[in-house]
Design a protein around this ligand. Structure first.
Ligand SMILES: [Zn+2]
Length: 409
């Protein structure tokens, strides 16, 4: 088990020192010195580093590929670079980032025209939704309308799965993204309600009496995690207007997961799995922690808050993964602490987020070059590579607004 992650040897809490104290060299090593930095100084460093990485990501995923798109997805492809540029624009207000983002989305639009995929992270809904939001920020009304029309033309096949990456939940997330960034009811309940109905119906069909009120299968397995399973679907449902009996089923499913987690506090990757290994956003405590934070925000109550806190402890102890990315790496796991900080206002969580980010800033490149850490199969992508780390470094500048990309709204 220990070979999946680095032992977390960072202190449980370090109070911020004054700038001159933290840089005076009294602290022994560079990571410890970073941990002592005042938040403002640290976020400036993270941002500076992020802007350099962003250039590298754009060069590798766009410039050097002659601006041709083979993989258009947000997960590993060009749309991920566009999403990163949108974040950079939000943080720095650099109009060039917005323009480049728009250009990349346009290429993704052409590349995805005949794609049957319908979700935000791996499908055409992500392209059209981000295109519309970028057009709005650019003040281009006609382009905005064009992308919204394309979005509304997306049809969902009847045999679509329900999970986030390829299924109904991933389409609904795109609808929520548009409603947040363009305006309430941009995609109305007339469009989303039948999709919610299908998800609830499918979940109840697989539920078993006295166990979990909603259950789903993807490729024959009953996954629990954020990417392909229950946690991701429940998370999206909590953004929707639900009927009282549906709310009860969502709560019941969450309680079932909490009750049946491993003694370690981690969560199985699928129903009945006894191998307590993965502490990823896609499988395990991190993705489920974000869903539990959402549950605590929406439903209140101590149970969800406590479960989210417990899951956060698992991530602190076992989440310093030997991978860099958002989906199954340190960058994604950092968002658990940002989410808990947003929920509780407790500065210890802000410290933990900082600590994971400092570890990446201080060591990731070196560890990757030494082969001690995996840079991702698609090493510049948003979900697997340094694109995700770059996104985190920019996002952490405003911790109370930060959110796991394409998951937390
Ligand atoms: Zn993953």
């Amino acid at each position: 088990m220990a070979d999946r992650f680095f032992p977390n040897e960072m202190p449980d809490f370090v109070a911020e020192a004054a700038e001159d104290e933290s840089t005076s060299g009294r602290a022994k090593d560079s990571l410890t010195r970073l941990l002592h930095l005042p938040y403002k100084s640290l976020s400036e460093r993270l941002q500076k580093s992020a802007l350099d990485f962003k250039e590298a990501v754009v060069r590798e995923t766009w410039g050097l590929r002659a601006k041709r798109v083979h993989d258009y997805t947000l997960y590993t492809g060009a749309l991920g670079t566009a999403y990163l540029l949108f974040k950079a624009f939000q943080v720095t207000q650099n109009e060039n980032d917005l323009k480049l983002c728009s250009e990349i989305v346009k290429a993704c639009d052409s590349a995805s025209r005949d794609s049957g995929r319908v979700t935000f992270i791996c499908g055409r809904a992500g392209v059209c939704a981000l295109g519309a939001v970028i057009a709005k920020h650019s003040g281009d009304e006609r382009l905005l309308e064009r992308y919204l029309t394309k979005f509304k033309e997306i049809t969902l096949p009847s045999d679509l799965p329900n999970e986030l990456l390829y299924g109904r939940a991933g389409f609904l997330w795109a609808c929520s993204f548009l409603n947040k960034h363009i305006g309430k009811d941009t995609i109305s309940a007339t469009r989303t309600r039948p999709v919610v109905d299908d998800i609830i119906k499918a979940g109840r069909r697989l539920s078993s009496k006295g166990k979990c009120p909603l259950m789903y299968e993807w490729h024959g397995k009953r996954y629990w995690g954020a990417a392909h399973g229950l946690a991701g679907i429940l998370h999206v449902l909590m953004h929707m207007q639900l009927k009282p009996d549906e709310v009860e089923d969502v709560k019941g499913a969450l309680c079932y997961m909490i009750k049946n987690r491993y003694p370690s506090g981690n969560y199985p990757s699928s129903e009945g799995s006894e191998s307590d290994r993965l502490v990823h956003w896609c499988h395990g405590a991190p993705g489920i922690a974000l869903t539990l934070v959402k549950a605590a925000e929406v439903y209140g109550g101590k149970e969800f808050l406590q479960a989210a806190v417990d899951a956060g402890d698992v991530v602190w102890n076992r989440g310093l993964l030997k991978r860099v990315g958002i989906c199954h790496g340190i960058s994604g796991n950092t968002y658990v602490f940002l989410s808990l900080y947003r929920l509780t206002g407790n500065v210890e969580y802000l410290y933990r987020a900082k600590a994971f980010a400092c570890f990446l800033l201080d060591r990731a490149q070196k560890l990757i070059s030494e082969g001690k850490m995996h840079g991702g199969d698609r090493p510049h992508s948003l979900f697997e590579g340094i694109g995700g780390m770059t996104y985190l470094f920019l996002d952490i500048t405003e911790p109370s607004d930060a959110g796991f990309p394409a998951y937390e709204l």
